[in-house]
Design a protein around this ligand. Structure first.
Ligand SMILES: [Zn+2]
Length: 317
């Protein structure tokens, strides 16, 4: 059982309410699909729990949820706050759109808020110094921003394992780790590719153009696109992002479609994630995240089928 957020590495804290799963102060669960997440209170991302720890904990969540006065709910999502300070988010087969808007709204909102706070702080500091000290600030600024900018843009911000391929009969190529810098992030392109998942990723790494395909493309895109979206988005933008995915019908189809789409502008400049409209950028991140989660889940869901479990949980009622 993990105790820190897999995304931001901050502690998930504990609860004394769900005996079978004492990790986390906010749990989200889907009783029909048998999924349980710990929602990180720092970065608001959802940590999917391993299969072995889920089922009994979900039944307990369901019981507590029913016994707790509901705080807020829509047709398919309910939130309950237990008096011991545990939040429960219950997902009951909502349409994907409602679920996604709800789930990503908070995450992109908090990013937006943080980014805004940063620029306000810079503005206040600038205002306080006033025009008199401008020459000094200027000199200092030149001295400081150089190394600071270099550090910001050149330090590695993401490491992704790539190249690990095992075929049934052939040799196994060894994995390596690709490191990316903020400078590289700006160059990410999603372009059509014949093989699964239907798109490839091109990134400039220094003077080299690196091309990733197959599982690597998915992994690299999932690691890099959130950096393009560091400004987050409003609820309205998130809603438009959800509609983008909805119009394709499925996150994986959406990803392929985006890679094959003409984004206007100059020829030879297609596929640049940074040049896409914000809703599309957010939609990319959401789809990549959901695909990642779906794959993780389908590889672990072989032991118990969700239908078996929901039948057994119903018999307890
Ligand atoms: Zn976190």
């Amino acid at each position: 059982m993990y105790t820190t957020c897999i995304f931001c590495k901050k502690p998930l804290h504990s609860n004394e309410v769900v005996e079978e799963f004492p990790v986390g102060r906010r749990l989200a669960f889907d009783p029909a699909k048998g999924r349980l997440w710990v929602v990180c209170r720092k970065c608001r991302r959802w940590n999917l729990t391993p299969l072995e720890e889920r089922w009994e904990a979900i039944e307990t969540c369901e019981r507590i949820f029913r016994d707790t006065r509901m705080r807020a709910s829509t047709a398919n999502i309910g939130i309950a706050r237990h008096r011991e300070g545990l939040d429960l988010v219950r997902i009951g087969e909502p349409p994907r759109g409602e679920f996604a808007a709800w789930r990503y709204g908070a995450r992109f909102g908090i990013r937006r808020w943080r980014a805004g706070l940063g620029s306000v702080a810079a503005g206040v500091a600038g205002g306080m110094l006033g025009p008199v000290s401008l020459p000094i600030v200027g000199t200092l600024g030149v001295a400081l921003t150089g190394p600071y900018m270099a550090w910001t843009y050149l330090r590695p911000i993401a490491k992704v394992r790539v190249g690990g391929k095992a075929s049934a009969d052939g040799p196994v190529s060894s994995e390596s780790v690709a490191k990316f810098r903020l400078l590289d992030v700006k160059s990410i392109r999603m372009l059509p590719d014949d093989g699964a998942p239907g798109f490839g990723v091109q990134i400039n790494r220094g003077l080299r153009k690196a091309w990733f395909e197959g599982e690597d493309a998915r992994r690299v895109a999932a690691a890099i696109v959130p950096f393009v979206n560091q400004w987050g988005g409003t609820r309205d933008t998130v809603r438009r992002a959800v509609n983008e995915i909805e119009s394709s019908g499925h996150p994986s189809r959406f990803l392929t479609e985006v890679a094959n789409r003409e984004h206007g502008g100059l020829t030879g400049r297609t596929g640049y994630v940074r040049a896409m409209p914000t809703p599309l950028q957010l939609a990319l991140e959401m789809s990549l995240h959901e695909e990642q989660e779906r794959r993780a889940n389908s590889s672990s869901d072989t032991r118990v089928s969700p239908t078996q479990s929901s039948a057994s949980s119903r018999s307890h009622v």
